[in-house]
Design a protein. Structure first.
Length: 298
């Protein structure tokens, strides 16, 4: 993890979290192979004195059910990180955080094997957000292209919002991709479309709803880190050196889990939930209310 310019230290005398769960999501449209594979769902979880090997899941439903079980059976204070955006660039009008997750949960159809309508939903949202042309969502298989959703990146000039969130602008030099990009290697847009409905279900599950919060939208940055905290992560931030797992996805989520547990054990984790350094008042409001932030970016 690159510990550059963290926010003000808000550490407590005790650990912030008793359970840490880090998730590498997948937008695959079919059931994964029986043998563990890349670009599928992986979950790394752990506690102060227990760090099991990351677990592979063939479908999103299986991974979601596992995470829900950990949260229901586990201790009260937990951190859950998913590797996709919880908001879009300010001005898009798509909403953010809990409202965005609920909206996508109503729109996305996702069956047990993984077949889903994410490209159709993206095309419909483009029609709502655009001016008759394609975008802002872009890139799809050739057979799924429409008048509003194409394989090529559209222009963002004159839209009233941009291609990047504020937090992503800090990471562009490290290869992060736009939340609007849906397809091909490294893209994250499809993961958000099929992943935020899972976040919505975890937030609203009867056993979890009264103690679940989205960071930073509902926590005032580091002000209310009680109960179950859901935070956006980018696994590429993790230092995978020394992780013993053959598959990159497993190494990355394990590295994120270990980074969190290590900082929490030393009392230094709280500063990473605080208001990031270098934001103007306007930028801070945009991030906290509309765009969100990535845990681990100072």
């Amino acid at each position: 993890m690159d510990p550059t310019r963290p926010g003000k230290d808000t550490r407590r005398e005790r650990r912030l979290f008793d359970l840490v769960v880090m998730v590498d999501w997948s937008a695959a449209s079919d059931r994964g192979p029986a043998a563990p594979a890349e670009n599928r769902c992986w979950v790394a979880w752990g506690r102060a004195k227990a760090r099991p090997a990351p677990r592979y899941f063939r479908t999103r439903r299986e991974a979601e059910r596992f995470v829900r079980g950990l949260l229901i059976e586990g201790p009260h204070r937990a951190l859950v990180g998913f590797d996709f955006p919880y908001g879009y660039p300010n001005g898009s009008g798509l909403g953010s955080g809990r409202a965005l997750a609920a909206r996508l949960a109503r729109l996305i159809e996702d069956d047990r094997a993984g077949a889903n309508n994410r490209f159709e939903v993206a095309a419909a949202l483009n029609a709502e957000l655009g001016d008759g042309g394609p975008g802002p969502f872009w890139n799809c298989p050739p057979g799924r292209a429409t008048a509003t959703l194409t394989q090529h990146k559209p222009s963002f000039n004159g839209r009233g919002f941009g291609e990047w969130r504020i937090v992503e602008q800090r990471l562009k030099s490290r290869g992060i991709q736009s939340p609007w990009k849906l397809f091909t290697s490294g893209s994250v847009g499809s993961q958000a479309l099929v992943g935020l409905p899972a976040v919505h279900r975890l937030l609203t599950a009867p056993e979890l709803a009264d103690r679940s919060r989205l960071w930073p939208f509902e926590t005032g940055w580091g002000g209310f880190l009680d109960g179950i905290i859901h935070a956006e992560i980018w696994p590429s931030l993790g230092d995978v050196e020394g992780q013993p797992y053959a598959i990159k996805d497993a190494r990355q989520v394990a590295a994120m889990r270990d980074w969190v547990l290590g900082l929490d054990g030393s009392g230094a984790l709280g500063r990473w939930f605080a208001r990031p350094a270098g934001l103007s008042r306007r930028e801070e409001r945009i991030c906290r209310r509309h765009e969100g932030w990535i845990l681990g970016v100072g």
